[in-house]
Design a binder for this molecule. Sequence first.
Ligand code: 1HE
Length: 263
Amino acid sequence: MTEPLVTYALEGEVALVGLNRDDVRNAINAQLLDELRDQVLRACEEARAGVIFSHGEQHFSAGLDLASVIERSKMPPPRLRRRSNWHTTFDLISRDSIPWVSALKGATVGGGLELAASTHIRVADESTFFALPEAQRGIFVGGAGSVNIQRLMGYARMADMMLTGLVMSAQEALDANVVQYLVPANESLEKAKQLAVRIAENPPMVNWGVTAYLSRTGDMSHDDGMFAESLLGANVRSGQTTPRIEQFLEGEAAPIEAPTDAD
Ligand code: 1HE
């Protein structure tokens, strides 16, 4: 049996989805995208949070499989252009039911950065670097990066990376809000799992408010945002709300503590 290009495992409430094409640095082709979509859908059914990581020693993902671009250029063009599988798959991650944490290392470039940008929390290790080499290859971003990456780093920086081929280090990415956590080499998966376990403890409806609602408010008018927030606020409450608040009031929930240097 051939190895899957995307692995799936359920650890408690957390789905672990692994890019498994290290021989070509986890370059993303049509089959990998199909498997990724299937495993993300499965996670939405079975898990409360997910982690996207890469198998292999060095890299998260080299982005679009460039060999597949050449193969496709030799085929007749499709009669109708379907909605891009990149968009449907990455939207499932960024705007559907469960939160995703990505564990990054090494090259996180092109479509690999677009995949990372579709997750809600990015954890880089010291080896991680980011680039958008599309212009150098004569192509354009196509995995929702023009929206998601630009939201993270802003127009000026994204334009610079696309136009000049600027490569961003892990520390620069942390400073530019592209990743939220930076950990020592080889520790991003462990950190991502810890965060996902913590996220999975939240009531699912509240997590859904963050993934499905908060991700859309940037596109709404102020009025529409307030209206939707009111609707959501009333509807995320569940059977867990009262006991959770009572726990705090009765001194049974851990208080919020100021961050320490170890954080
Ligand atoms: C690939 C790909 C790929 C590697 N498609 N095969 N992406 C890029 O322009 C990134 C191109 N890749 C690289 O710059 C480097 O490979 C890396 C920095 C990612 C990794 O370097 P390294 O030294 O670890 O590996 P390598 O020796 O360059 O590559 C190992 C193999 O992977 C090699 O094949 P082999 O048969 O010679 O072993 C490479 O050809 C292959 N490989 N990257 C196909 N991307 C929705 S639109 C998104 C648009 C984009 O993503 S544009 C960015 C494309």
